[in-house]
Unconditional design. Structure first.
Length: 380
């Protein structure tokens, strides 16, 4: 009962605060018009006194009286017009809306979505038992690290969470702290290098390349490091070196490696031939005949053919959504076609088939970050 009393009091206070400017505005307008007419009446009385005292002639008094009378009539007419104008009606409608409609709508929304019986839960209590609330868990870890900045384990836990939630600047700081406290190894340096690439919107900067080269010195066969270093060569315009690097990665990768499709795309992009994979016959992959036909077309026709192949892949994925490599190819294809809206939609649908908490879902999100697509999408 106390709750509803407080709600009623708060509603009345809010209503009064909202009504005050309306009532004050109407009253001030009426006072202004009323005062204007009274001034003219005072002028008429003053004029009669001046005429009686001989200060002005009868002719001058007649002219002045006519002018004051004209102004007085105009003021009275304005006052009557304002009283009948829609402004008064609009004030009444606004008052009715605030007094009746607004509280009624608020009450309906609360009864639909609210829970008056739910006990209050301060932030401290929520931090003690965050449950599945990732944001609360992050705050709890951050508070712990603020008091214990040299807790390497805490930074190690927080860094991938920052990266997953697209807090790239925080992820960079966290990975640097992990390396500072635990020392560099291939995985930690690779993580930092990837963060630096994502931070630069997919560009392998000089700093990122240096970090990745340090990672490669510790583990020369790490596919992630090899991919980004090959990408750096491609971005520098060294197509031959990039092709060789991507081919080396493809040859050492397992036939069913999920990243092989992306590697093959870069190989072809730099003038090489795609290396066959276990997923070569996946729905939507272009055949050798498709590639030959595309090379024989003009630029405009080739673009139209590519668009048709991408649409065909999209249709096949609707029938067979469990084709992971197909989703990777579809997202990248739409991005290459500069159709970012469809690329984001493909990412959303791909995450329905391969949720973000799984390995394939993480790879979809990593691809989206590489392509500069929004990764905070709601799964259907």
């Amino acid at each position: 009962m106390l709750f509803w009393i407080l709600v009623a009091v708060l509603t009345a206070v809010v209503g009064a605060v909202l009504l005050y400017p309306l009532l004050r505005g109407a009253k001030e307008a009426e006072d202004c018009r009323s005062g204007e007419a009274e001034v003219y009446r005072d002028q008429l009385r003053e004029l009669e006194r001046d005429l009686a005292g001989g200060l002005i002639s009868a002719q001058e008094a007649g002219y002045a009286r006519a002018e004051i009378g004209r102004r007085l009539i105009a003021a009275a007419k304005d006052e009557k017009t304002a009283a009948k104008s829609p402004a008064h009606g609009s004030y009444r409608l606004a008052q009715a809306f605030i007094i009746v409609v607004l509280p009624a709508v608020g009450l309906c929304l609360y009864l639909t979505n609210g829970d008056p019986g739910l006990p209050s839960q301060p932030l401290e209590a929520r931090l003690e038992k965050p449950g599945n609330d990732l944001a609360i868990s992050i705050v709890k870890i951050e508070q712990h690290l603020a008091k214990n900045p040299d807790d390497a384990k805490g930074w190690e836990v927080l860094a991938p969470i920052y990266f997953k939630t697209n807090r790239i600047g925080d992820a960079e700081l966290a990975y640097r702290n992990v390396i500072r406290l635990l020392g560099p190894n291939a995985t930690r340096l690779g993580d930092l290098g990837e963060v630096l690439v994502v931070k630069a919107n997919g560009i392998v900067t000089a700093e990122a390349r240096s970090v990745l080269q340090q990672s490669q010195a510790l583990d020369a066969a790490n596919p992630r490091t090899m991919f980004y270093l090959a990408l750096a060569l491609e971005q520098e315009g060294k197509a031959a070196d990039a092709k060789t690097a991507f081919e080396a990665l493809a040859k050492q990768s397992p036939p069913d490696a999920p990243w092989l499709a992306a590697v093959n795309e870069h190989i072809v992009k730099n003038g090489g031939q795609a290396i066959a994979s276990a997923n070569a016959n996946a729905p939507g992959n272009p055949t050798a005949e498709d590639v030959a036909a595309a090379n024989a077309l003009s630029s405009g026709d080739r673009q139209q053919m590519i668009r048709g192949m991408v649409d065909s892949l999209d249709a096949k994925l609707k029938e067979d959504p469990k084709n992971f490599e197909g989703w990777m190819r579809l997202i990248r294809s739409y991005a290459v076609l500069n159709d970012r809206e469809r690329a984001a939609d493909a990412l959303k649908r791909g995450l329905v088939a391969f949720p973000a908490d799984g390995g394939e879902g993480q790879q979809l999100l990593a691809l989206a970050k590489e392509l500069g697509l929004p990764t905070e999408v709601k799964q259907q």
